[in-house]
Design a protein around this ligand. Sequence first.
Ligand SMILES: Nc1ncnc2c1ncn2[C@@H]1O[C@H](COP(=O)(O)OP(=O)(O)OP(=O)(O)O)[C@@H](O)[C@H]1O
Length: 284
Amino acid sequence: MKIEVKNLTKQYGNKRALDSISFMLNEPKIYGLLGRNGAGKTTFMEILAGQILSTSGEILIDGEKPFDNQKLTESICLIKEGHNFKKDLTIKHVLKISSYFYPNWDQSLALELVKEYNLDLKAKVKALSKGMESALGIIVGLASKAQVTVFDEPYIGLDAAARKKFYEILLEEYEKEPRTIIFSTHLIDEVSLMFEEVLIIQDGKLALQEDADVLRNSACAVSGTEELVENFIQDKEVIMTKKLAGMMTAYVVGHSEAAIAAGLSVEGVPIQELMIYLTERKGA
Ligand SMILES: Nc1ncnc2c1ncn2[C@@H]1O[C@H](COP(=O)(O)OP(=O)(O)OP(=O)(O)O)[C@@H](O)[C@H]1O
């Protein structure tokens, strides 16, 4: 589905959560939606899912507005950081209700995942631990097979093994049936390899929209003796440096070939570091 965001603004009292933001998501891809706390990510996702109205501007999904548009919102599944389901429902009921709402619902995948995450179909949502409730959110997000599936920090309380399982299944399902997946998280290093395109929101504005590989290759981590690295970075844009026992690593914008030629060891820079750098620089 094609998502067109046009001059989208959301005002809460005197706080402008989104400030005339515009961009397009043209293809089914895995998008990483990143930004510092309070940047406006959740606000954007809630407008996209038709849960709240914008103050001005609009989001069009295949040309239609999502608010009060059930036909369209059947194709959008937003899984948030918790409170996704009514507390008195059992897991079985949550799956049943979801199966009525999402036309592409995959009940056998849902049941397989219930087993995978050791959940009891008869358990009520209010009796679940934080991690179990997150697992239920993930199950609904994956089994919805919604054409636009949005995960907003969906795994509070989930341990590392359970998160890894989620990433594996998400990728498997996405490869079988590509769809638009928007993933917002602060655990960027854990998931950034899944991203195909990255959007960074800062203070309600779009700071960056870039192909993930282009972003990864836009900087490099160069390491070597302190003297060699200091020499190399003199006239370059440096993201950060670390020194230890006479050795030094610097994250540098561009210049990977020159660094190899200078005899330095060269690796990629984590997207998380780039995000911090870009948001600090843009804020400056
Ligand atoms: N219902 C609301 N009423 C008032 N202000 C709000 C409301 N929802 C969000 N805000 C404010 O809007 C701004 C953007 O919030 P939002 O939740 O969209 O950010 P975020 O990028 O998702 O942050 P985080 O990463 O911390 O979840 C924040 O300053 C927040 O305090």
